[in-house]
Design a protein around this ligand. Structure first.
Ligand code: SAM
Length: 354
C-alpha cells in the first residue's frame, strides 16, 4: 500500500492513540475512499483485539418524554406543544426489565427527559429493586444533569453507568444549541462528578448539528483523547419538524462512521454504540457503524404503546429491528457481518467492573 499522509496518520493513531488537531481535521476532511476503507479496517482490527467479535446489547427503556429543558434540536423539548407526553411508572419499568432479562439483556438503560417526577426518592428504590432482582445486570442511567448529591444517591443505590452526552466540545457551539440557562460548564462538571463517584461515564455528541464546523469535529476527537469516556455516543443530528432546527440538514452517515473509527483508534477499549440515529439515517447504518469499530447496540425495550412518543427527531426508528423483541433479527444481521451478540453486562474492558 502506498503510504499517503492519511495512511501515515491512521497508522500513527492506531499505535500512539493520539494526533494533533490539524491531523484529525485532515483525516476527517481529506480521506479518499481507499483511505476510509483502511481507517475502518484498522478500527475493526483494534476492536477485535479488545472485544473479539462480540457485540454488547443494552435494553433501552425510555422512561419519560417530559422535560423541563428546551434544547433547540430535541423533539421532546419543553416548548414542543405537539409532543404527546408520557411517563412510565416504576412498575412499568420493572416489567420492561423482566421482559428484557428473558430476552437476554444484561444491561438496562433508563433514559428520559429531565422530568421532576423521577426524584431520588422514586429512583433509589427502583434501582435497588432492579439490582436485587437481577444481580448479574448493570443499570445505566441517562437522565440529564443532576446535583452531585443526586448522582451520589443513585450510585449508592446501585447504578453502574451514566450516559450524558456533552453534545459539543466547543462552548460557543453549545451556546447556539441551547437556551441560556443551560451551561456547557455545568454539563462538563456533571461528567467530572459522575467520574469521581465511580460511574462508568458516557459522553458523546451529534454529528452535523447546526453551526458545527469540521474543525469542531476535530476538537471532539481531542476531547475523547483527553477525557477518555468509558462510553461515547456518536450519532448524526437529525432535524425534528417541531423544533427551531427543523430546516437544517441531517448529519452524514459517512462522517459519523469516520468519527467512530477514529474514536476506536484513540481509545481502544471505549464502548461505542451504533446509534439508533445512524440506523434511522440508513437501512444498514447500524451495521456500517459496527464495521467502523462500534461494539454496542441498544434495542428499544420501552412498552410498544409509548415508543412513538419518544420522538427526538423525525422518523426515529423504534420498531422493526430497533425493537428489543426483534433481537433475533439483530442477531442475524450481526452474524451476517461476522459478529456475535453477547449475553453479558458488557463492561468496558479494563474498567473496575470488568
Ligand atoms: N435528558 C437526557 C440528557 O439530556 O442527556 C437524556 C435524553 S436526551 C433526549 C438524549 C440524547 O438525544 C441527547 O444527548 C442528544 O444528543 C440526542 N438527541 C436529541 N435530539 C436529537 C436530534 N434531533 N438528532 C440526534 N440526536 C438527538
Amino acid at each position: 500500500m502506498i503510504k499517503t499522509d492519511n495512511i501515515r496518520r491512521i497508522d500513527r493513531l492506531a499505535s500512539e492513540h493520539c494526533l494533533r488537531k490539524e491531523d484529525y481535521l485532515a483525516l476527517l476532511t481529506t480521506c479518499t475512499e481507499a483511505e476510509d476503507a483502511y481507517l475502518a479496517a484498522r478500527a475493526l482490527e483494534t476492536k477485535e483485539a479488545v472485544y473479539g467479535n462480540k457485540i454488547f446489547i443494552r435494553g433501552l427503556i425510555e422512561i419519560s418524554n417530559i422535560c423541563k429543558n428546551d434544547c433547540y434540536y430535541c423533539g421532546i423539548r419543553a416548548s414542543n406543544k405537539n409532543c404527546e407526553r408520557y411517563r412510565l411508572t416504576p412498575d412499568d419499568i420493572l416489567e420492561c426489565c423482566e421482559e428484557g432479562y428473558r430476552l437476554g439483556f444484561r444491561t438496562f438503560v433508563m433514559q428520559g427527559g429531565e422530568d421532576g417526577y423521577f426524584s431520588d426518592e422514586r429512583l433509589v428504590p427502583l434501582i435497588k429493586t432492579i439490582k436485587e432482582r437481577y444481580p448479574d445486570c448493570a443499570v445505566t442511567l441517562s437522565l440529564g444533569e443532576r446535583s452531585y448529591e443526586s448522582y451520589q444517591a443513585l450510585r449508592k443505590a446501585g447504578a453502574d453507568r451514566y450516559l450524558l452526552r456533552h453534545e459539543t466540545a466547543t462552548p460557543a457551539h453549545y451556546r447556539r444549541l441551547h437556551p441560556e440557562n443551560l451551561l456547557w460548564e455545568n454539563r462538563m462538571a456533571c461528567l467530572e462528578n459522575l467520574r469521581t463517584l465511580g460511574y462508568q461515564v458516557g459522553a458523546g455528541f451529534m454529528v452535523g448539528s447546526p453551526f458545527q464546523t469540521e474543525e469542531m469535529l476535530a476538537w471532539e476527537l481531542c476531547f475523547i483523547e483527553k477525557f477518555k469516556p468509558d462510553m461515547c455516543g456518536i450519532g448524526p443530528f437529525i432535524p425534528h419538524k417541531d423544533t427551531a432546527f427543523a430546516d437544517f440538514g441531517a448529519g452524514s452517515v459517512e462522517m459519523t462512521c469516520r468519527l467512530l473509527a477514529c474514536a476506536r483508534l484513540i481509545h481502544p477499549t471505549v464502548l461505542l454504540p451504533a446509534t439508533t440515529a445512524l440506523g434511522t439515517m440508513h437501512p444498514t447504518g447500524r451495521e456500517m457503524g459496527i464495521l467502523h469499530g462500534a461494539n454496542v447496540v441498544m434495542p428499544n425495550l420501552s412498552p410498544a404503546s409509548v415508543r412513538k412518543k419518544y420522538m427526538l427527531y423525525d422518523n426515529k426508528r423504534s420498531d422493526g429491528d430497533e425493537s428489543a423483541q426483534a433481537l433475533e433479527t439483530v442477531r442475524a444481521a450481526m452474524e451476517r457481518i461476522g459478529c456475535e451478540i453477547a449475553v453479558e453486562r458488557g463492561d468496558r474492558a479494563g474498567s473496575d467492573a470488568d
